[in-house]
Write a protein that binds this ligand. Structure first.
Ligand code: PLP
Length: 441
């Protein structure tokens, strides 16, 4: 009997190894070593573990705990809603007040003519929903061949079959059965080949080239993150997203912006798209909509898509039990209220400057630190064997992992992106309540 052999933290560790198969974790390492940290408490930008150690949460857990840990107001909103009406269905003509109010609120802050939202329980469901709605929109328009979705290199869109297939990071496809048909990973690297310069060395396989080869009558949508997160904090150069949006318009292709990380303040604007005044046709959100206090996502859609869909007079056979979950939506509403009241988006923008000062300090003092970048509170730096010669470390040296491990020993949780050969990227994306003193620390 396991429970009699071990006690306390050891017992939890043993049970974890034995009974709990973890997401996005190496199963063998985990079953040999068990959990690195068992989180027990959180307060502001800090979290405590079962051993009593306190860490700075330098990545807002999974870039989602935007208001930081231990926000009592969010807990109170959940408590109040749960004790009033914890759950109510949105299927078959039913609705509930928090979902209605949150839909109105999100639409009111969304860019351009994004005019309605479909609720889900997270980012992957949002992207799958966006793909289905894009395909269905073209079906309703009588253009039934427009089905394929184009995503790009280094993108992360989720773990379900469709969103997982769209994910353009090879490491997420290293096990069997992860790819779906009809979703194309274009070899686009955020260069301006999308403007049509065929002499650009990146032209072959870019989005424009893929559309030309497939024919626009086969393509329903292009999906992209405003800033690529898991793939390595890649910020598109000015003009890139506009070029892709124009390309989509020229070819009657819908543009899906995956704002799952960037939405609700992460980049120092309410939405990542706002940094370049882009209005997509469909916009996926999740994470920051509740700051991770409840599971919620959604897909915003243009007026044109909304007006087309509402003409359909049969059942729209697509729904999640937790679509429009009253408790999740009540938490989302309170979260957006706090973001406005406490000027959280402005704070993220101000902290960008502090992070950049910190990066400059690192670059001035460490010859291996290179290519730092930040947009609001999503940021990264890279490690190179020779910065001046732009030379990467040998691939046997996992420099980013070494730095993250040393930071972890010093009680700072960071995240690495070393999917691309020779790339050693360290990501920093703390909660949006982070202060100047925290950045300095
Ligand atoms: N899209 C982006 C940009 C993400 O970063 C993530 C998760 O990290 C997802 C989608 C998937 O969201 P979820 O894990 O909530 O399904």
């Amino acid at each position: 009997n396991l429970s009699q052999q071990v006690s306390g933290i050891d017992q939890l560790g043993e049970w974890d190894k034995k009974y709990y198969l973890h997401p996005t974790t190496v199963p063998k390492t985990f079953s040999d070593n068990g959990p690195k940290i068992i989180f027990t408490e959180g307060n502001g930008i800090r979290v405590k573990d079962a051993k009593g150690d306190t860490y700075i949460d330098g990545v807002s857990m999974l870039w989602n705990v935007n208001l930081g840990h231990g926000q009592k107001e969010l807990a109170d909103a959940a408590y109040e809603q749960m004790t009033t009406l914890a759950y109510g269905s949105s299927f078959y003509g039913y609705s509930n007040e928090p979902a209605i109010r949150l839909a109105e609120k999100v639409v009111s802050i969304a860019p351009g003519d994004l005019s309605a939202i479909y609720f889900t329980s997270g980012g992957s469901e949002s992207n799958d929903t966006a793909f289905k709605l894009a395909r269905f929109y073209w079906h309703l328009k009588g253009r039934k061949g427009k089905k394929k979705i184009i995503s790009i290199t280094n993108s992360y869109h989720g773990a379900t079959v469709a969103a997982g297939t769209a994910t353009g990071i090879d490491a997420f496809h290293n096990f069997a059965g992860s790819r779906d048909i009809d979703i194309l990973n274009a070899k686009a690297h955020l260069t301006n080949c999308e403007l049509g310069d065929k002499s650009d060395p990146n032209y072959e396989g870019c989005i424009r080239d893929t559309i030309e080869k497939e024919g626009s009558e086969a393509i329903a949508a292009v999906i992209m993150e405003p800033v690529q997160g898991a793939g390595g904090i890649h910020i598109a150069p000015d003009g890139y997203l506009k070029a892709v949006k124009d390309l989509c318009e020229e070819n009657d292709i819908l543009f899906i912006m995956d704002e799952v990380i960037c939405g609700f303040g992460r980049t120092g604007k309410i939405f990542g798209s706002d940094n370049w005044d882009i209005v997509p046709d469909l916009m996926s959100v999740a994470k920051g909509i509740t700051s991770g206090y409840s599971q919620l996502g959604g897909v915003l859609m243009s007026e044109e898509i909304r007006n087309t869909l509402v003409q359909y007079d049969q059942i729209l056979g697509h729904g999640f039990t937790y679509s429009g979950h009253p408790t999740a939506c009540a938490v989302g509403l309170k979260n957006l209220e706090i973001i406005e009241r406490d000027k959280i988006v402005e704070n993220a923008k101000n902290m960008e400057k502090e992070l950049k000062k910190g990066f400059k300090y690192l670059e001035d003092n460490h010859a291996n630190v290179a290519k730092s970048r930040a947009l609001g509170l999503i940021s990264a730096f890279e490690l190179q064997a020779d910065r001046d010669a732009d030379l990467p470390f040998d691939k046997s040296i996992r420099a980013a992992a070494i730095v993250a491990e040393e930071c972890y020993k010093r009680k700072l949780i960071l995240r690495t992106a070393d999917f691309e050969e020779g790339k050693n990227i360290v990501a920093i994306a703390p909660p949006l309540i982070t202060k100047k003193e925290d950045v300095e620390e």
